[in-house]
Design a protein around this ligand. Structure first.
Ligand SMILES: Cc1ncc(COP(=O)(O)O)c(C=O)c1O
Length: 397
């Protein structure tokens, strides 16, 4: 489903929070209501027979409704993109561009720390279609040049990785990719585009799981594919059409509703996340915290150069402990829910080790790896909850 904005991008002199509050609110789309209606459509009636096959005439719901157009416009505002294709999940936001630019007999480079199902798509589907998939060290930087080949079609990054939190050198990697004609793609879900703008850094396509921070309420799945290139969006739109991907207008409405408050929520996720990460660093049960905004994090220098803020998702390496002690920690938590996904208003915790799949590099963690998604609860209450977890961890050792 391709939903190109019908109005020009917003006034960049205004702050992001202002732009997100007002984006996608053309009278034409909303009829004066603050938000667009949930417009459902399969059949769209045309005025006369000569319009049935006329170019540019809206004839079918799969090509989007006013609700989708409003969301696509607002999504573009987050990263100053010119074009946004909406897809029904964050995973599709990753896989559709890969599907679009990979070619049989071609080679693709994918960061070793990418989201597991993105990797599974590459290993299961791309390989079946005769595409050679090679994983690279997220810390490779300009060294990516040695892996690029004349038949490299795309380079896929995720920064920071959503389990292991390495930051990649997006400007170096995207500029090297461009030299061989490969498309660069960034999974930018961690920053929600609020604190990291890959399109400004030379990346061709930025993708996001709007399921996380953009919608913010843990009740909808959605993805956005953002670019400033007309040529690239045309190819992505062709894939979306070929695959028949369609976002439910109800979901588009929910995502847009969440997006209105994105900038404000992110400030709180950032503040609470840093507060709790810093506190965790002082705990004897914790070996180290994986959070690029902490000065001792290996990704800190790149984060400082390329990001304007941090979010509520980070990793915690515990001192060595048995699986049952880690489970006791998690089971003792009352405010942190145990569940996958992240970026909602509620805090979540998981242990990550079973999910980590690497081939280019093996991250060495001294103990079990946990991931916390810090929600919008009071940080002191969350610390008290973690304290409960540590009591249970020590008792189970
Ligand atoms: C970094 C990252 N990208 C993409 C996705 C996929 O999003 P969705 O669950 O909407 O398919 C996730 C989901 O956890 C993720 O963490």
């Amino acid at each position: 489903m391709a939903k190109r904005p019908t109005s020009p991008p917003g006034d960049q002199a205004k702050g992001l929070a202002t732009r997100l509050t007002h984006a996608g609110r053309d009278r034409e789309l909303t009829g004066g209501a603050v938000n667009p209606q949930v417009q459902r459509a399969s059949t769209v009636l045309v005025e006369s027979a000569d319009q049935l096959y006329a170019p540019g005439v809206w004839t079918y719901g799969r090509h989007g409704t006013a609700t989708h157009k409003a969301l696509a416009q607002a999504f573009c505002e987050i990263e100053d993109a010119a074009h946004c294709a909406l897809v029904p999940s964050g995973l599709l936001a990753c896989t559709v561009p890969i599907f679009t630019f990979a070619e049989a007999g071609g080679h693709v480079l994918v960061t070793d720390n990418c989201y597991g199902p993105t990797r599974r798509f590459c290993d299961r589907s791309l390989k079946r279609w005769g595409v050679e998939v090679e994983y690279f060290d997220p810390a490779i930087g300009a060294g990516i040049t040695s892996l690029l080949r004349p038949n490299t079609k795309l380079v896929f990054m995720e920064s920071p990785g959503s389990l292991t939190f390495e930051v990649c050198d997006a400007p170096a990697i995207s500029s090297a990719a461009r030299k061989v004609g490969a498309v660069s793609i960034m999974d930018n879900t961690w920053s929600a585009g609020v604190y990291h703008r890959p399109l400004d850094l030379g990346v061709d396509i930025s993708v996001q799981a709007a399921t996380k921070y953009v919608s913010g309420a843990a009740d909808v799945l959605n993805g956005g594919i953002l670019t400033r290139s007309e040529a690239l969006i045309r190819r992505i739109e062709a894939s979306v059409d070929d695959l028949g991907l369609n976002v439910s207008p109800d979901d588009a409405y929910l995502v847009l509703r969440g997006l209105r408050t994105l900038a404000t929520r992110m400030s709180q996720h950032q503040a609470s996340g840093l507060d709790i990460a810093t506190w965790l660093q002082s705990r004897s049960e914790v070996r180290r915290v994986l959070h690029p905004a902490l000065p001792n994090d290996p990704g800190h220098a790149l984060w400082k150069r390329d990001f304007s803020g941090s979010t509520g998702l980070f990793g915690v390496v515990l001192e060595p402990a048995s699986r049952s002690a880690v489970n006791a920690f998690l089971d003792a938590l009352e405010l942190f829910g145990l569940g996958f996904s992240w970026g909602g208003f509620e805090s979540l915790a998981i242990h990550c080790d079973p999910q980590i799949r690497r081939t280019a590099t093996q991250p060495a963690f001294e103990g079990p790896l946990l991931r916390l998604s810090i929600g919008l609860e009071s940080p002191d209450d969350l610390k008290a909850d973690l304290e409960r977890g540590f009591d249970a961890l020590r008792a189970a050792r």
